[in-house]
Design a protein. Structure first.
Ligand code: C2E
Ligand code: MG
Ligand code: MG
Ligand code: MG
Length: 289
């Protein structure tokens, strides 16, 4: 009895009672500890951005995706998959997302001075909760102004989860950001629930084929058909299309023959520090020229 607690939760607008035992209590206190750790991470600058190359079908470096890393003093590098969902739940994603945006814009402005990197786009992942926050457009604007980064080189990666509710408000906000010059990529495309009738109304720049379709594209005819369909859909709507999670030359070849415009994945490079990315760009150019 003592270790059974009563927990009142709201679900679907109705109050209901849940009973939970020690296991769930342990999980809740682990979450609380993680939350405290995340606050400290922000204050003590334990976050860093890594950058993964994106290459065109001609093989040139055309952009990078900024991926968040948490350099935890005890646990080492922590994957965003283990803390972003928690940060989304407890609202810390707003502070973390603001940090990411500013760090990415700062890097973008710095690369503007480097000939080989000056035309490269930087894609930044934006969680639905962050995008829906009323201050989001102003925050993007301030980050661009403060750092002097070129808005046309900033690309925001959104997911289809954003389209589950209030699509009209999402479109208005996207248009405001488009007016600033910012581009949009629809991340993990094909895994969500976006309806095609909404899709055509979004001011997108690019569709990003989810890596779950790329993985078996050579052996699973359904994945091959889905990849080809996404490429055709993107082109019909005047969008470019990039494949994520490309690990082999054979996958790249298949996608290239299907008309894919750009690629990202371990075949070209893993997410790496800004310094390593600079080296990558240098080597890539030396090989090409
Ligand atoms: P995502 O945006 O779909 O990013 C792609 C993920 O696939 C990255 O994992 C990347 O390292 C990984 N990846 C890239 N190429 C390959 C490949 O060839 N093979 C395989 N197996 N994996 C590959 P990562 O960095 O662990 O990020 C995971 C997710 O965390 C991201 O998925 C994104 O949803 C989220 N995330 C990362 N950084 C941020 C951020 O700054 N803000 C927000 N809101 N979410 C972020
Ligand atoms: Mg992404
Ligand atoms: Mg993705
Ligand atoms: Mg993904």
């Amino acid at each position: 009895q003592a270790d059974l607690a009563m927990y009142q939760a709201k679900a679907d607008g109705r109050s209901r009672l849940c009973f939970y035992g020690p296991a769930m209590q342990a999980e809740l206190s682990e979450r609380a500890a993680l939350e405290a750790d995340l606050r400290r991470a922000l204050a003590q600058e334990q976050f860093e951005l890594h950058y993964q190359p994106q290459v065109s079908s001609a093989g040139g470096l055309i952009g990078v995706e900024a991926l968040l890393r948490w350099n935890h003093p005890q646990r080492g590098m922590v994957s965003p998959l283990s803390f972003i969902p928690v940060a989304e739940d407890n609202g810390l994603i707003l502070d973390i997302g603001r940090w990411v945006l500013l760090a990415a814009c700062r890097q973008l402005a710095e690369w503007a001075e480097v000939p080989r990197l000056a035309a490269m786009t930087v894609s930044v992942n934006v969680s639905a909760r962050q995008f829906r926050h009323p201050d989001f457009v102003d925050e993007v604007k301030s980050a661009l102004e403060f750092t002097g980064a070129a808005s046309r080189l900033l690309r925001l990666e959104l997911t289809e989860s954003l389209l589950l509710e209030d699509v009209e408000a999402v479109i208005v906000r996207m248009q405001a950001l488009r007016a600033l010059g910012v581009g949009f990529s629809l991340d993990d495309f094909g895994t969500g629930y976006s309806s095609l009738s909404y899709l055509k109304r979004l001011p997108l720049t690019e569709l990003k084929i989810d890596m779950s379709f790329v993985r078996d594209v050579l052996v699973d005819p359904n994945d091959a058909a889905i990849a080809r369909t996404i490429i055709a859909l993107a082109h019909t709507m005047g969008l470019s299309v990039i494949a994520e999670g490309v690990e082999s030359e054979a996958q790249r070849g298949f996608l290239a023959r299907s008309g894919c415009d750009a690629y990202q994945g371990y075949l070209f490079g893993r997410p790496a520090s800004a310094a390593q990315l600079m080296q990558f760009a240098h080597n890539a150019t030396s090989v090409a020229s």
